[in-house]
Design a protein around this ligand. Structure first.
Ligand code: COA
Length: 368
């Protein structure tokens, strides 16, 4: 075996790009349309605004633009991309991977492993892990991976999940850990369940809300338990600069962290303290874009990494219905402090058009 084939590369996130669609709907407008108290959505679920795609925009555009932004910030040559892995649950084809659309639009072809990853909202994290492990194994030689997590979350009109809708894409080049080093060790947990699924040919997901919340909480408890091991949970949590979660809606994260805290024997005041300090701020962008499924955790991670000093650590908990979960650990690199990717969020949120209840109804009508 040659030395180059087994060389282990320093591995992590080298660049980040995000993209959100050009429309948004404040949850108050949806509440009016559905005859609900807006506080159910604002306070009860913790949502503010949802990103909505105009009729001519699909997950392909979201994934491609996020990838284009990540590549333009990366500074490496396209010839070094040896893997394109796209996590999504908004597949546009049952056979052709979404990565082929992205690669086509970005002019990426050649000695590249290109594929789509599906595991509900966990698909993007699996793509990140596969890219990182590919580099850590030495199989990548000096090549980098383009990883994208992108989704459009839409529920049937009037479905209880409708206020949690959202859309967005996050792309990362996995290469030198300029933004964050990815720990080789992670903490997975999975159980086969039907908590949220979308049968072939159906436009909208079927959701067992209470079961999905219960599965999510159990997964979080088991992943954090494995990560903390025999150590003092207070010390472990205190040393983290941020704790990111997959965000179906912010209240779900709060409930899950309470379950983790109780399991770790922390009192309500400590749990609340950790939540306010280390979790709530990471969901700032999520509250303004809604659930973007695979992208949701990575939107939170992007927010958390922005501004961190090199060496600060972040935990990232991924959950995908069905169900599979994984807790990853990241360590900020030298480029985290500058947080260049914040510009994508500022631009897209500033330029998007807010639609009202009527505009939303017309949009749904045109789709159906
Ligand atoms: N003011 C403040 N809060 C209010 C309220 C009001 N006027 N009316 C209701 N609420 C609160 C409820 O008390 C509840 O909070 P709690 O859970 O802390 O008690 C919350 O709002 C939601 O109310 P609920 O009646 O449970 O809503 P619902 O039955 O319409 O369910 C979802 C909505 C979103 C929770 C549910 O459909 C769901 O879980 N959807 C999808 C889950 C998911 O995305 N899973 C997949 C991936 S993890």
């Amino acid at each position: 075996m040659s030395a180059t084939a087994t060389a282990v590369n320093p591995t992590g996130i080298a660049s980040i790009g995000l993209h959100f669609p050009a429309l948004s709907l404040p949850v108050e407008e949806l509440a009016e349309l559905r005859g609900q108290d807006p506080d159910k959505y604002r306070v009860g679920l913790g949502c503010e605004e949802m990103s909505i795609c105009p009729p001519d925009v699909s997950v392909v555009e979201l994934a491609t633009e996020a990838a284009r932004r990540a590549l333009s910030r990366w500074g490496g040559s396209k010839e070094r991309i040896g893997m394109i892995a796209v996590g999504t649950e908004t597949a546009v084809d049952m056979s052709r991977p979404l990565s082929a659309w992205v690669a086509d639009r970005l002019g990426l072809s050649g000695a590249i492993r290109s594929y789509e990853v599906k595991h509900a909202c966990y698909g993007g994290t699996l793509a990140v892990r596969q890219a990182a492990e590919w580099r850590l194994s030495g199989a990548a030689r000096d090549q980098a991976a383009l990883v994208v997590a992108a989704d459009v979350a839409m529920y049937e009109e009037g479905d209880p999940g409708e206020p949690t809708q959202g859309a967005g894409g996050v792309a990362m080049v996995i290469d030198e850990p300029r933004i964050a080093r990815i720990d080789p060790v992670s903490y997975p947990w999975s159980e086969p369940q039907f908590d949220f699924w979308r049968p072939v040919g159906e436009n909208y997901p079927r959701v067992d809300g209470p079961l999905s919340l219960d599965c999510y909480k159990r997964a979080a408890e088991n992943c954090f338990k494995a990560m903390i091991g025999q150590r003092d949970p207070e010390v472990v949590l205190r040393e983290l600069a941020a704790i990111c979660f997959h965000v179906p809606f912010p209240k779900m994260v709060r409930k899950a962290f309470y379950r983790v805290g109780e399991f770790l024997d922390l009192n309500a005041e400590r749990i609340d303290g950790f939540f306010q300090e280390k979790i709530y701020p990471t969901m700032m962008w999520n509250r303004l874009c809604g659930n973007a499924y695979t992208a949701s955790l990575w939107i939170s991670v992007a927010r958390a990494l922005k501004g961190l000093a090199a060496g600060e650590r972040v935990a990232a908990f991924s959950y995908g219905s069905g169900f599979g979960a994984e807790l990853m650990m990241l360590e900020a690199g030298p480029d985290a402090a500058a947080g260049a990717w914040e510009q994508d969020v500022e631009t897209d949120f500033r330029d998007r058009e807010r639609i009202d209840a009527r505009g939303y109804s017309e949009l749904r009508e045109s789709r159906s």
